[in-house]
Design a protein around this ligand. Sequence first.
Ligand code: ADP
Ligand code: MG
Length: 729
Amino acid sequence: MPSLRFKVVDEAFNRKADPVEIPSESPEKYFGKLVFNRQRMFEYLPAATFEALTSAIDNKQLLPREVADSVAEGLKKWAIDNGARHYTHWFQPLTESTAEKHDSFIEHDGKGGVVEKFNGKLLVQQEPDASSFPNGGIRNTFEARGYSAWDISSPAFILGGTLCIPTVFISYTGESLDYKTPLLRALNSVDRAATAVARYFNPEVNHVRSYLGWEQEYFLVDESLYSARPDLMLTGRTLMGHESAKNQQLEDHYFGSIPSRVEAFMLDLEIECHKLGIPAKTRHNEVAPNQFELAPIFEETNLANDHNLLLMSLMTEVARRHHFRVLLHEKPFAGINGSGKHNNWSLGTDTGTLLFAPGKTPKENLQFITFTVNVMNAVHRHNALLKASIASATNAHRLGANEAPPAIISIFTGTELAKILDHIANSTDDELENLSQKEEINVGVSQIPEIILDATDRNRTSPFAFTGNRFEFRAVGSSANCASAMIALNAAVAQQLDEFHAKVESRIAAGETLRHALLQEIRALIRESAPIHFDGNGYSDEWKAEAERRGLDCETSVPLIFDAYLRPDTIEMFKSTGVFNEVELQARNEVKWEMYTKKIQIEARVLGDLAINHIVPVATRYQSMLLDKVAKIRDIFPTEKAADLSAADIEAIEGIAAHIKAIQTETAEMIEARRVANRIDSEREKAIAYHDTVVPRMESIRDNIDKLELMVDNEIWPLPKYRELLFIR
Ligand code: ADP
Ligand code: MG
């Protein structure tokens, strides 16, 4: 009897592209249609309320309570006009997705009927039950109260008939229980620190903004195939599956033409994005078969991050409409490229200057160099932390593998920038002056723009690359909340800029010129941060050895990588920037370790079940078929002839028997390893035990299953194979 697999393969193979409902208006008209942006605020709010709200947003102030009621009134009217019947505080708990608690606008009117009600109090603050979200022990269950409070810097939007209000999520005692709170703190901190330094170059600067442009990679799998893979359904990745004979060797998928079913999905998704104000811009095939990417135009980091989280929900939803499932997991398939989410990051002043972009004048270039070397130094000092900020059970499959950024953070600058830094480090002020035009401040490298913009050569092996006017943090995982990386990066840079500013100030106080003070500090930073600079091949073994010599963090075990959050220098950095206190850091690490354990635990259970009740029975069936055949050969043929004719079958029978035995014993050992680990109290130690004792067994069970896949009759193999998952669309 052919397996279910053939039925689902057939279904998937014959599926046609689904139609897409294309709005009759132009994208300009429907862009942001479902967002309570300034235009809607203007339309729906009384003039005084509009003024108060926009000024609170612009000046990062709290919204006065009286105004909140009036905002709520206008917001409710707009939401109802646009088909919303419910509202929710939309927040980012530490589970790496978003959470919503929907309430309808309806309230009793006291006369037996209902009214649609929504006031300032409901808009500004709610109390979701904090005990049902990870909190690392900050909340005791008896005071399980968490507050969600409106983040006015991110506009409300309507998703699926619900008004969503972006909020922070904090505990009764004020500790953050989410990603948004510390992100906002880090952004404020880098604003303050960078503004002080940017004023050396332009006294008009009042704010520095952090920008983020993410590039979201993902896989699509037909829903029928997906539903026949319990591992995909329950863990987001395939826990078994032999490599397909063809995968990405021919590199014929990357930037190739987009298959029509996928194109319909992408178009639909893009329209939804635009309605929600997400400036989706590029879409293309990625390196691996059935892997794709979507990137928007960059935005301010807080909004960009909300948009990325919103996008991930949208993708999941829109994919279903097209009979696909979207895989956001970092490594859904072994042996081919995983998915990342490059975080293109920059700082820019409110006067319109991008601080990592080389300018036209020597003065602008001194500013560019100042900010660039400060970033390099921050990344160097906190390389272990930055790695911890992107580490997770799922991203672990990418890091260190031969196709993704290595598990060592380094910075790629490109040869031109490297030469310039070298030149500055090794020249006197006068030598630099002689090379340049006469300007009050300059570094004598007025030729920077042309050179660097021409030299945006891409080193794909680098986890952190300078790319012309920004840095690209490429180690971020596809399923991650970018905030984790953005909190660590912006805070580390804020601390570094604070210290830089203090040093320059004391030089000036001691009588040095600004130019000399800046150049001296820049030279010191270039020397100090030298070990983080690496333009070579990040995948090579030589680099691992070299990085170790340079003192960079080379830890590969995720539970141990998390320790970086609790190093004294990390605690100090987060404290001085006001981003996290020690209690928060400890609590968040508890959550990280717990999440790590839970993910591996679920995978191990699924793998054990599949191994024992899907794979072993089928392999046994095939083995019996072979045994039958050998017995029949022996019945019919004389002994010697029979031995000759059945030799290969006997070998196969033995091979299958060996794999089955290995699967059975190792599954039993894996279960025992879990039992032992589960008894450990400390979340850290438990996660380490899962990493050291459960994961290796999972790998070896998988290995045996994958070997069986090549041996067992294709007709009875139960799970869709890699070639089916990856090439049917
Ligand atoms: P790539 O060649 O890496 O795909 P793209 O030009 O497509 O590069 O840009 C990738 C992302 O980087 C986009 O989201 C883009 O908006 C963003 N980006 C461009 N410039 C900046 C910047 N200065 N700061 C932050 N993000 C930026
Ligand atoms: Mg890129």
